[in-house]
Design a protein around this ligand. Sequence first.
Ligand code: SIN
Length: 292
Amino acid sequence: MDQFALDALERITTRPQEPYRTFALAPLTPVLGAEISGLDLTKELTSEQEEEVKRAFLAHHVLVFRDQHLAPEDHKRFAALFGPLHPVALPAEDSDPYILEISADSKSREVAGNGWHADGTADIEPSLGSMLHITRIPETGSGGDTMFANMHLAYDLLSPALRTFLDSLTALHDGARPWQLAGQTPPAEYDVPRTEHPVVVRHPETSRKLLFVNAPYTSRITQLSAAESTALLDLLHAHVAGTPLLHCRVRWQPNTLVFWDNRCVQHHAIWDYYPHSRYGRRIAIDGTRPRA
Ligand code: SIN
């Protein structure tokens, strides 16, 4: 590994970790994700528990809570600790406007999130994060894992010269693109978002830099020719997908809740369980405009 990459890794893995008093925390990898045990999310958290969950979220970016028998109101109450709830982009008729059902079975021909992406980055203000509560896992007892990638580290592992170049760029994110890639057109009622964001942004709470492009939404690096933009975006997407060091993988059990920071991780829902079924509910939280 190059020295700059070793330095980046060392910065993360030797960070001082203050202990948690109100729950136990087990990291999923040294660079991404942690499982928290000892909290019951059906109950209101104490202010100390809330402060510690927020600290763990900023440190690990993906938090896993097992055995959470949550009603939709519990799920919403926990999500609301982090900010106003983010409405679902195209809610189904008569559905709760803040709950996205994640559902797949033998009739499915595609599933949500089956590829590396961040959520809704064509919006001016993409969501802060999402909480997915899976209640049904495939009947086989395995499959349907979700992978996550640390986009701070994705940036840090690039050479200093490429990082400096990327720092100067912006890119268009196009809400029609995921539909087009799937061979579809967006529904007429969808007010398609299109926004230009910096290619490298800072996390609004920690100020750490991160790479902010993703394959389904980022259509073009504004300052480059079409061919250059495609080549550079292909390189960056291949870097995210092809660097296992950036990743953690969550294996779901019924009643697992996972909360990820959409500002600094990408995720990939693995559809390896067809024709079996999987079901859960996702609630997102409002974010802010990404800034360089
Ligand atoms: C998504 O939010 O993209 C789906 C995640 C999942 O089903 O694991």
